[in-house]
Write a protein that binds this ligand. Structure first.
Ligand code: GLN
Length: 344
């Protein structure tokens, strides 16, 4: 009798411990993206990196050298539509290469993912983003849509009969991703348009190799304009969150692109989003991401959140120093790495 009671008590205890452990696992995963946890991670990162002064503004586009290097804005938008921001979220910087992701999304929507795969490629070049050697190596093939050669080609693939039609489509889609009307920062556009001989050369080569089928200089100009669109950290985080949420903007509730192509877009971001440092980035965070020489970086934790940081000083690969560190800190604190299933 005594034995059986002891046994029963032990069994009840074991079951109770098991249930409690299940509950605590459930609590951990539910707590990950609470207001408290997100705000804590953001303010810790902000305090840790606000005085960091490594890196330098891009200056190969003259207007970028004049942007205030002190801008430091952070935003997180969850797939259930919570929006958090910290620091300077009013200042806009030019979206630059982050735009490549959203023009890619538009072309996939219009022409299918295979059109990109076949005409541009989806492999890392291992070279700087505006490499001409990378184009020459494979006669314009084996590129990806996130380096300049592939991105200008992507822009050339947007369907439309004239410049205006193509441009209107591009900006309208960006607006939907951001959930507000965006506009071009004219000084940045003019400055880059006057100094983008290298991109014009890249586009001419991509045309010579048959990848750009429209006028390469017009495609370069539209590409230059898309890079000059002004965004704040909240715009960028909302754009990233739309990808985290399978193409549906979690704030506006609008399906911006169909869910089908999102995994391919994220795969390309994981492969080439931070140029020749994409491997290092993926190693540290596991997140598909994209940087721009304006100082912004977006990153996507699929199913969970989009995050963006703006801070203009860049490292040698052309990626914002503070944005990389800040996103790494916040995402890892929130269990954002999709390869780390224990933290879910
Ligand atoms: N507009 C810039 C260029 O074409 C974009 C580069 C970037 O952000 N890495 O050089």
């Amino acid at each position: 009798m005594l034995t059986s009671n002891v046994f029963k008590t032990a069994a009840i205890q074991t079951v109770a411990v098991y249930i409690l452990s299940l509950l605590s696992i459930a609590n951990v995963s539910a707590a990950d993206l609470t207001k408290g946890n997100i705000e804590k991670a953001m303010s810790e990162a902000y305090a840790k990196y606000k005085d960091l002064q490594e890196g330098a503004n891009a200056d190969y586009i003259p207007a970028l050298a004049k942007v205030n290097p002190g801008i430091y804005g952070i935003a997180v938008v969850t797939t259930d539509g919570q929006v958090y921001s910290l620091g300077d979220i009013k200042s806009e910087v030019s979206i630059q290469s982050i735009s490549k992701v959203f023009t890619l999304a538009l072309v996939m929507e219009e022409s299918g993912a295979d059109a990109i795969y076949n005409n541009i490629g989806v492999d890392a070049t291992g070279q700087v983003f505006n490499s001409i050697v990378a184009v020459e190596q494979n006669r314009g093939a084996e590129m990806n849509p996130l380096v300049n050669a592939g991105a200008i080609t992507t822009t050339s693939m947007v369907q439309g009969t004239n410049y205006k039609q193509v441009w209107d489509k591009i900006i309208a889609r960006y607006d939907q991703f951001a959930g507000r009307k965006l506009s071009v920062l004219d000084d940045i556009y003019k400055s880059e348009a006057a100094t983008n001989q290298r991109n014009r050369a890249i586009a001419s080569l991509m045309s010579a190799y048959g990848h750009i089928k429209s006028d390469p200089l017009e495609a370069t100009d539209i590409y230059t304009k898309q890079c000059a669109v002004g965004v704040n950290a909240k715009d960028l985080a909302t754009m990233a969150a739309t990808l985290a949420n399978m193409g549906k903007n979690p704030v506006s509730g609008k399906q911006v692109i169909k869910a089908d192509n999102v995994p391919e877009i994220l795969a390309i971001m994981a492969t080439a989003g931070l140029y020749d440092d994409s491997g290092k980035w993926l190693y540290k965070t596991g997140l598909p991401a994209k940087s721009g020489v304006g100082g912004g970086i977006i990153a996507v934790s699929p199913g969970k959140f989009g995050i963006a940081v703006i801070s203009p000083p860049l490292d040698k690969a052309g990626n914002s120093v503070r944005a990389q560190k800040t996103i790494e800190y916040i995402s890892n604190a929130l269990g954002g790495n999709p390869y780390n299933v224990t933290s879910r």
